[in-house]
Design a protein around this ligand. Structure first.
Ligand code: ADP
Length: 488
């Protein structure tokens, strides 16, 4: 099959969170299964170019309608680990892809509506054919309005992309109603909708978890699937990870694993000016959005220190609502030999933290899948997680599960965190047998895409029965254009 992803992130060249990891990891896994995969991304001005091979201009004079005029675009193509990547550079007067950030601009809906439209224009003007067009979250959820044979991935239902029909009519996309919800329209128009864990699929069908789209999702339940994310087994591999001082793997004897983790921790502590102790080290690697519950992460930091442990928080995209709390915490961590709070996205440091830590805390209010618990486990770092979404499908409690790999709690409050964190610290500090069991269960489990990518293929097969059928539905496309032209 030939699959084309249209996305706003792809690790490691453009990543804000798990979406980027999924586009990259799933694509690689599909290639391993013998499929052809291409990825279309904006050519952001802050792309990490390392890893891109043979970057060259592959399409000039790509036009995109804009009001009564047209905008010129250029497509750059490259290869990343055998994946063809197409990067769209635009002459749009608002420079939508040159903001130094992927998300967080006031005109995000306009930026990504434009990207979606120009990506579709690229497919059409370059006569590209494919069996499946796979789009991700609200930024590219308009594509199913324009093309057939589409799969929409919901990585996070909270963000939906709200805009006005005027914004879209400028791009010659006609929409009914007075307000446009990109994700809702994507759900309605996509041929299949996949969300990123079986548990999250159940949650989003309820008023509590459905972020006001549960009715739309219930109406489209027949095409909704919950497939757990995997992690890329090469990118997240403690045996070969170039960011580690000491490499190790699940097949090493336990003492060697523990020794390698200790080496990495010593290296980390020196780098961050922390005291070199054998006390339990807990980490959090996260966006600091309300979904991730920054107050509970800070509570976990304080409690870990009270109980004699060390804590390192690597947090990006701080929600302004927590500015004061985060500032106070940063001040408190300054010159503290047992705690560090680093603000920003730091890929290299994240890898070293996963390897050096004993435990990782994820007290999310909701979590569609969550990757850090799986990455943590692959690196022998025990997850402490709230039971929600994909965390429920991946973290199994030390005291209640048959195949335990972590510590869980149900209610996202301080008492819940204490219940799981206290048990984790006790286990790491003074229960070597239990700790080894949890660590090895986590490390030996297959968290890769191996079993999950074939589930996507099954979904693709439901809409691409004929291998050479084109996803580019010029019929649907012209129909929308004609409607728009008629109304002029
Ligand atoms: P989400 O997609 O909601 O942000 P996930 O757990 O699904 O959360 O994926 C987060 C991904 O982003 C993981 O690969 C994690 O290591 C990475 N990540 C999150 N915050 C940071 C950060 N501050 N620095 C480096 N990597 C980060």
């Amino acid at each position: 099959m030939h699959i084309i992803h249209i996305a706003t992130e792809c690790s490691p060249i453009a990543k804000a969170g798990g979406l980027g990891d999924v586009v990259y990891g799933l694509s690689k896994a599909l290639v391993k299964l013998g499929h052809t995969v291409e990825i279309i991304l904006p050519k952001y001005n802050h792309l990490t170019h390392a890893g891109l091979k043979n970057l060259h201009i592959s399409h000039r004079n790509l036009t995109c309608p804009y009001g009564s005029s047209t905008i010129q675009n250029t497509v750059w193509s490259a290869e990343m680990h055998q994946l063809p990547i197409h990067l769209i550079e635009s002459e749009h007067p608002d420079a939508p892809f040159s903001r130094g950030t992927i998300y967080g601009c006031v005109d995000d809906t306009a930026r990504f509506a434009y990207f979606s439209k120009v990506a579709v224009e690229y497919l059409i003007q370059s006569n590209k054919t494919a069996n499946i067009i796979h789009v991700h979250d609200w930024p590219t959820a308009l594509v199913p309005l324009l093309l057939k044979q589409t799969v929409l991935n919901i990585h996070n239902l909270e963000h939906q992309g709200l805009s006005s029909p005027t914004e879209l009519s400028r791009l010659h996309i006609a929409t009914p109603g007075s307000e446009v919800n990109f994700l809702k329209m994507g759900i309605e128009h996509a041929d299949q909708v996949v969300t990123v864990s079986p548990q999250y699929k159940e949650e989003i069908l309820t008023p509590l978890g459905g972020c006001s789209l549960h009715t739309t999702l219930l109406q489209n339940q027949h095409k909704l699937h919950g497939i757990l994310n995997g992690i890329d087994e090469d990118y997240w591999n403690p045996q070969t990870d170039p960011y580690l001082l000491s490499n190790y793997s699940a097949s090493d004897p336990l003492p060697s694993i523990l020794l390698a983790k200790k080496d990495n921790r010593r290296h980390l502590c020196r780098y961050l000016n922390l005291q070199e102790t054998g006390a339990p080290l807990v980490i959090a690697i996260t966006r600091l959005a309300s979904q991730k519950s920054p107050p509970l992460i800070i509570h976990a930091l304080k409690r870990t220190l009270e109980l004699g442990g060390q804590f390192i928080l690597l947090g990006s995209h701080p929600d302004p609502a927590y500015a004061q709390l985060l500032q106070d915490t940063q001040k408190a961590c300054h010159n503290n030999l047992n705690a560090a709070f680093l603000l920003g996205h730091d890929e290299a440091l994240a890898h070293l933290l996963f390897a050096a830590a004993d435990a990782i805390i994820i007290p999310s209010l909701f979590e569609p899948c969550g990757l850090t618990q799986m990455i943590g486990m692959r690196y022998g770092t025990i997850p402490i997680a709230r039971l929600t979404g994909g965390l429920t499908n991946t973290v199994f409690d030390a005291d209640t599960s048959k195949k335990p790999n972590g510590f869980t709690f149900e209610y996202p409050d301080e008492a819940g965190v204490n219940w799981a964190l206290d048990r984790a610290l006790q286990c790491i500090g003074s229960n070597a047998t239990q700790r080894q069991k949890l660590l090895l269960n986590g490390m030996k489990h297959d968290w890769s895409w191996k079993e999950r990518a074939p589930q996507y293929v099954q979904v693709y097969q439901t809409i691409a029965q004929t291998p050479c059928e084109d996803a580019l539905d010029s019929h649907r496309y012209t129909q929308i254009l004609n409607t728009e032209y008629r109304s002029h």
